[in-house]
Every structure is written in structure tokens, then in C-alpha cells.
Ligand binder design. Structure first.
Ligand SMILES: CC(C)(COP(=O)(O)OP(=O)(O)OC[C@H]1O[C@@H](n2cnc3c(N)ncnc32)[C@H](O)[C@@H]1OP(=O)(O)O)[C@@H](O)C(=O)NCCC(=O)NCCS
Length: 190
């Protein structure tokens, strides 16, 4: 799909916020209250949701929480990608990639040096596991966790959505480097 057909819109400036809530209700939260809760911290700047629209229809969205509830991330000012969802009909057309591009760039523009995400362990998360690996997201080194707690050898667990791996990506290369004073190239006209 041509990138020109895709429009990325920030919820805060979206004239059709109702459509975003409809999408959240249908594909993320399952109810209206959950959809409204999802964007409740957006007005004070704590969260950002970007939507991808194709011909005006929402095909997917991504949400970033600027202060993660994981202290290991929050202490290092690593924002957390808290939701990434592409409607099944629109999958495998580069929309997930475009949403991640936009979220990573937004974080880099805010001066963040890394961005984090979690991914589940079972088959539903196979596409996301490949997508994140392809884009350079690295596991944090603690292995699989239930929420924030690492699993230990011998522990018996139910495989569900709470079993995750925490990943981060270095995004310092996304913005052109600012030359340090004294490091500027000689001005040929000077
Ligand atoms: C994960 C998800 C967001 C990917 O969105 P998408 O728009 O289909 O992704 P893209 O088209 O940009 O795919 C990029 C890469 O992801 C991987 N990928 C995507 N779908 C895949 C699939 N069905 N099988 C294997 N790899 C897949 C591939 O590496 C792909 O690159 P390629 O097409 O060059 O092989 C989408 O599948 C989704 O919404 N899944 C359900 C929700 C979810 O799991 N969210 C993430 C929670 S952690």
C-alpha cells in the first residue's frame, strides 16, 4: 500500500474523536467506558494515541504512555507503547510499521532516547514478535514476566495475556544529530 494513502492523526487534534472511541471499543476495550478510560490521560499529555486512516476509515492505532508504570522504564524516561492494534482486514499492509514509525519519531522529538513495548508469549502475538524483532526491539534481559515479575524455573503458569516480555529500542538515531559547539565544519565562506 502506498504510504500516501495513509493518514496518521493525533487523538488530541482529531476532529472525529468519536470514531477513535468506536475503534477502541470494537477492537481494544470491548466497552465504551474502557475506550474513554483509554484516552483519559491524553488531555494532560500523559498519553498519546495516533490513528492510521485509509480513505478516512480507521485501520489501526497506537497508544504511548509517556510515563510507564514499570519503574525500570519510568526511571530512565522510557515511554511505553501501551497498545498497537490493526484491524484484521488491514493487516500485513505496512500499517503497524507506519504506526510504530510515527510513535518512535514522536518519542525522539520529545528528547527520549529509547522507547519500550511489551509482547505476549502465545501464538496470537507471533506477528508482533516478528515485527518488533525486525525493527530492533531488544528484550530487557529478565526473560518472560507475569506483568512486571520475572518467571522462575519450575514455576507453573497459565499462558495468558499477562505473560509478557519487556522490550526496548534505542531511538537516538531517528533525529539528525545536533553538532556540538566546536565540532561544526569550517564555513567555506567564512
Ligand atoms: C502486530 C500487528 C499490529 C501488525 O500490524 P500489520 O499492519 O499487519 O504489520 P505490518 O504490515 O507493518 O507488518 C510488518 C512485519 O510484521 C511481521 N508480521 C506482520 N503480520 C505477520 C503475520 N501474520 N505473520 C508473521 N509475521 C507478521 C512481519 O515481519 C512483517 O513484515 P513483512 O510483511 O515484510 O514480512 C497486527 O498483526 C495486530 O494488530 N495484531 C493483533 C494485536 C497485537 O498483537 N498487537 C501487538 C500487541 S504487543
Amino acid at each position: 500500500m502506498a504510504r500516501s494513502a495513509l493518514a496518521i492523526t493525533d487523538f488530541r487534534t482529531d476532529p472525529q474523536r468519536g470514531a477513535v472511541l468506536d475503534f477502541l471499543e470494537a477492537w481494544v476495550s470491548g466497552d465504551r467506558a474502557g475506550a474513554e478510560q483509554h484516552v483519559a490521560d491524553h488531555t494532560n499529555g500523559q498519553g498519546t494515541t495516533l490513528t492510521a486512516r485509509i480513505s478516512g476509515r480507521i485501520a489501526g492505532l497506537i497508544t504511548v504512555r509517556w510515563t510507564s508504570n514499570n519503574p525500570a522504564f519510568a526511571d530512565r524516561k522510557i515511554p511505553l507503547i501501551h497498545q498497537l492494534m490493526v484491524e484484521p482486514h488491514f493487516r500485513r499492509k505496512g500499517i503497524g510499521t507506519a504506526l510504530l514509525d510515527a510513535a518512535e519519531l514522536s518519542a525522539a522529538r520529545r528528547g527520549r532516547r529509547a522507547i519500550g513495548i511489551t509482547v505476549g508469549l502465545f501464538d496470537e502475538y507471533g506477528p508482533a514478535q516478528r515485527l518488533y524483532a525486525q525493527r530492533g526491539y531488544l528484550p530487557d534481559g529478565r526473560g518472560a514476566c507475569r506483568g512486571r515479575e520475572p518467571l522462575r524455573e519450575g514455576q507453573v503458569v497459565l499462558i495468558d495475556h499477562s505473560l509478557i516480555i519487556w522490550l526496548t529500542k534505542d531511538i537516538t538515531q531517528l533525529l539528525p544529530a545536533t553538532p556540538r559547539p566546536g565540532m561544526l565544519p569550517a564555513d567555506p565562506h567564512g
